[in-house]
Design a protein around this ligand. Structure first.
Ligand SMILES: [Mg+2]
Length: 209
């Protein structure tokens, strides 16, 4: 019965994330993608976004080597900015606690649009138990594909928790129930504020399954 959580905006936030993504690409491509180029991207995962920016810049498809170079450069930037001393990342404590409580009795996954090494770094910064499996953005996978991969071989019912319309769209494409976190994902699903307590999260998850 996997319960899948998005990370950014759902379990916490790393506010300068897109700046660091652009800087990382600027380092390896010689020029930063513009904000306008970033706004034109339709995907929600790192693979999709970097592939779209790569297509705009070079007129050809991104490959695994290029994606790996992005991942390395981006993680290095995050390590510099989000040091333990800086405490620049914000964890949603009640949601994180509720997720850990759920993981004691149910199968829980983190399914996120971050490249895998970046996801691993962010999950560690937020203090997420290493025993909770993490699935990050893989080449040629959109968010729906990632969710499908996490659910493969696991009996339902499943659930996805996210903070954006693209999370809801991925859940709907797979017929998954959905719980929203924060105020940026309108719809008739259950929704919790990002400062909700652990009990509220657990109650909303139980009710939605
Ligand atoms: Mg998110």
């Amino acid at each position: 019965m996997p319960i899948c959580f998005d990370l950014d905006g759902t379990l916490g936030h790393f506010s300068s994330g897109f700046v660091l993504l652009r800087e990382a690409l600027g380092e390896i491509w010689g020029q930063m993608p513009t904000l306008e180029e970033l706004r034109l991207c339709r995907g929600s995962t790192d693979w999709e976004i970097v592939a779209e920016l790569h297509q705009m810049r070079f007129g050809r498809n991104l490959d695994e080597t290029g994606y790996s170079a992005y991942e390395t450069a981006c993680v290095a930037r995050f390590r510099k900015v989000f040091t333990p001393e800086a405490r620049a990342a914000v964890g949603y404590e009640g949601i994180l606690l509720g997720m850990h409580r759920l993981a004691a009795t149910r199968r829980v996954w983190i399914v996120s649009g971050n490249a895998p090494e970046l996801l691993a770094f962010k999950a560690d910064v937020l203090g997420i138990d290493a025993a909770i499996p993490r699935l990050g953005s893989l080449p040629r996978h959109d968010r729906k594909d990632l969710l499908q991969r996490a659910l493969r071989g696991c009996p339902g019912p499943h659930l996805y928790l996210g903070d954006r319309p693209h999370d809801l769209a991925a859940a709907q494409a797979l017929g998954l129930p959905f719980v929203g976190i924060g105020g940026e994902v309108p719809g008739d699903h259950r929704n919790l504020p990002s400062d909700a307590g652990a009990e509220h999260l657990i109650a909303a998850v139980e009710a939605a399954l």
